[in-house]
Design a protein around this ligand. Sequence first.
Ligand code: PLP
Length: 478
Amino acid sequence: MSHNAESTAFRSALEVIRAVEPRVADAISAELADQRESLKLIASENYASPATLLAMGNWFSDKYAEGTVGRRFYAGCQNVDTVEALAAEHARELFGAAHAYVQPHSGIDANLVAFWAILADRVESPALKKAQKRHVNDLTEADWFALRRELGDQRMLGMSLDAGGHLTHGFRPNISGKMFDQRSYGTDPATGLIDYDKVAEAAREFRPLILVAGYSAYPRKVNFRIMREIADSVGATFMVDMAHFAGLVAGKVFTGDFDPVPHAHIVTTTTHKSLRGPRGGMVLCGPELADQVDRGCPMVLGGPLPHVMAAKAVALAEARRPDFADYASRIVDNAQALADGLLRRGASLVTGGTDNHLVLIDVSGYGLTGRQAEQALLDSGIVTNRNAVPQDPNGAWYTSGIRIGTPALTTRGLGAAEMDATAELIHTVLDRTTAGTGPDGAASKAKYVLDPAVAESVGKQAADLLTPFPLYPEVTLG
Ligand code: PLP
């Protein structure tokens, strides 16, 4: 029996892996089966193309390539140069950026590269100059103390975690919170929207070195022109982390004031969320910061991942095609259809809706915590994640919110009708779930009660919803 190229490629790869460690081959096959069966509404996930996935599974993985294109610390990097230059070129063209640095291994790395580039650009620090010239492992304790002394009190203003900001924007559990003196801006308690006057006020009071915009759980557009004006008014460097919505920028859904690239001094992103590439990060900037950004390795990063840069080049080439713009606008149409469907059924949504790829349900209206809701939905075949809502009384662990996003289901081809059906399934589960009690009879934030028959019926309907939209239809593993 003959197979198409994708099936042949993945089947052959599995056969080769199976000969060495069959349990890994089985886990890879099982992962595809699980992903095919689940209604994936995780806002930060997607399904990369077979070409993107295959670009990662090869001998580029074996290569060390510290340095930049044409200036490596290792010999024999000519082919790595080719893919890194291609990925950077596609990124520059796609986003209209003067410079692209495609080495960061992840979003957190991209942010660290950006922070150090800004520090090096803005702060006179002999210790930093020394650190940039040496490998991290070669720095002594005294060097680190000097760095801390000279850089330790720099300020960052970013969006608060409970308003939808990200850990890497200066919060304690992340290294950024230890590097910077951080303060955050939230959202208006009545509307849930960013209040730009309040951001300006906070900036005037705090006078940050860096103003950060960007989010993981804010369901609206951000006006980057206004944010840049605020940054300029206090002499801050304006950084945008577009990890979540890079696909909407690439697909020209976010343009003008809502496109961060022309407004920010520096833009960071992941490549694996709405952009639909391999797991990784990227930094875009103008010529002023380019040299400092290119010092990301070895300042923050070890050797780049050439196989992932190859996959970034493939995915970015895909994102430059006209059909990606159509995909990006369908992501938002779907999120709005999902939001409308939930609102019509009585759900309460943070900001009352969405104009990007994500929706944040305040599940306290159903008498549940985010944790209870997340588990009940999972029992019913619907994969989401719990998330804090602004001023969340249940904190970041239990939360009062469920974050849902449409990039993945849109890749599968689901549209507005299926979003409405999805809203019905989500509402049914949340409506039929009640908060449980602990062994002592006290109210629990984790335990919940959901009739297994309801979970089973919703699970079956969720599976039926997916049947006409097979995931990776071009791949049959046998
Ligand atoms: N920035 C934002 C806004 C994110 O949402 C995330 C991940 O969720 C990151 C950065 C970190 O990305 P990574 O998990 O690739 O390090």
